[in-house]
Design a protein around this ligand. Structure first.
Ligand code: CP3
Length: 352
């Protein structure tokens, strides 16, 4: 059992496996869910998605977003739902519009380059007020879930959102975003602070709308040298975690094995791990201070069923207690559904 703070005492008493595990309390088996479970792996998601001209229209329709959120709970029997949305709604709410290009990914027609661009962005409560469709989706989902499983709210970590706003999309090198940290450190901090101020209000509103736990996705953490990760990402994660004392929080910093010791000191309860990290290394680096979430290679789910079962059991054994089962990153859209089912079922039928 990991010591929990007073505001989280309620979670340790929860009827939900996932919340008890996140608060560091004992559970009869580890809970399981998958990042990107609300998505293209499910035929019913693809059918729902076909009703919309594009991804953004779908995300901005609260009833549909709620339906996509609940689909994996019905279909797969996972122990948590994650609200169907995207991390890029935050830059959009701050005034930087994006397009989601089919089969390619996001693109920002305008990017952040200088002082003037940062000054123009709106932030904090004003920016967060443009995200009422997410709050609505959470409220509908919460009502329709009827307390079957807890509901995860989320946001991108400030560094990852910064990377999208400066690069204008995904990138092989992230050289524009990384360059700005060297060439304009003060401007970089000003932008990171504006993103942080917005994210804090956004996540508070998510909690008020029914999110039981918050996950921060630092998808591009692994792009930074350790000193820059400490200077340009961790302090902002710290601010966000401090601003949400009432719910358990998960920080998933992909590729940031080098920062695990530092992440273990954040006021969060759960650390998400990608598949490059061994459970043994992660347990040692976090000194048993955090619940660990992850970290099966998403590609393991393309294997035959006995191999999936074997790999999942191997992972369960290596983590032992204080573990929330997940993949090391989002499930890939073309993963066979039977593989996903085998992964979930292996955990559901396991015992410590
Ligand atoms: O099931 C869930 O996890 C909830 C929904 C969710 C989505 N995106 C839906 C989505 C979550 C938590 C995200 C987070 C997200 N979005 C991250 C962080 C996690 C990670 O993968 O590292 C990032 C980096 C993004 C940005 C993003 N959104 C990209 C790069 C893409 C295109 C790539 C792709 O998968 O197509 C998206 C689009 C997106 N977000 C889809 C979904 C279901 C696919 C679009 C579609 O259905 O048309």
């Amino acid at each position: 059992m990991i010591a929990s703070s007073a505001p989280l005492a309620a979670a340790t008493e929860s009827k939900h496996l996932f919340l008890r595990a996140a608060a560091g309390a004992a559970t009869e088996r580890p809970p399981v869910w998958l990042m990107r479970q609300a998505g293209r792996i499910l035929p019913q998601y693809r059918a729902l998605r076909a009703n919309f001209p594009d991804f953004k229209a779908f995300v901005k329709t609260p009833e549909a977003a709620a339906e996509a959120t609940i689909q994996p709970v019905d279909e797969l029997g996972v122990d948590a739902a994650i609200i169907f949305s995207d991390i890029l709604v935050v830059p959009e709410a701050m005034g930087l519009d994006y397009e989601m290009i089919e089969a390619k990914g996001p693109r920002f027609p305008q990017v952040i380059e200088n002082q003037h661009d940062v000054a123009k962005l709106i932030s904090g409560a004003e920016a967060a007020s443009h995200l009422t469709y997410v709050y609505e989706a959470l409220k509908i989902t919460k009502r329709e879930l009827a307390d079957r499983v807890p509901l995860i709210g989320f946001a991108g970590a400030p560094w990852t959102i910064f990377a999208y706003m400066v690069e204008g999309g995904g990138s092989k090198t992230f050289s524009k975003a990384r360059r700005m940290l060297y060439s304009q450190p003060e401007l970089s901090h000003a932008l990171l602070q504006k993103i942080t101020d917005t994210t804090i209000v956004y996540l508070r509103n998510q909690v008020e709308s029914g999110a039981d736990l918050i996950q921060l996705f630092d998808s591009w953490a692994g792009e930074l040298p350790p000193a820059h990760y400490s200077a340009f990402s961790v302090p902002y994660l710290q601010q966000i975690c401090e601003a949400l004392p009432e719910v358990p929080k998960t920080v998933f910093a992909k590729g940031a094995w080098f920062a695990l010791e530092e992440l273990a000191n954040l006021p969060c309860q759960v650390i998400g791990l990608d598949w490059n990290i061994t459970p043994e290394y992660a347990k040692k680096a976090t000194s048993g201070k955090k619940v660990l979430q992850g970290n099966l290679d998403p590609c393991a789910l393309y294997a035959d069923i006995p191999t999936i079962e074997k790999e999942t059991r191997k992972m369960l054994k290596a983590f032992g207690s204080n573990h929330i089962v997940n993949l090391g990153h989002g499930v890939y859209p073309d993963t066979p559904l039977d593989g996903v089912r085998a992964f979930v079922q292996t955990v559901v039928s396991s015992e410590w």
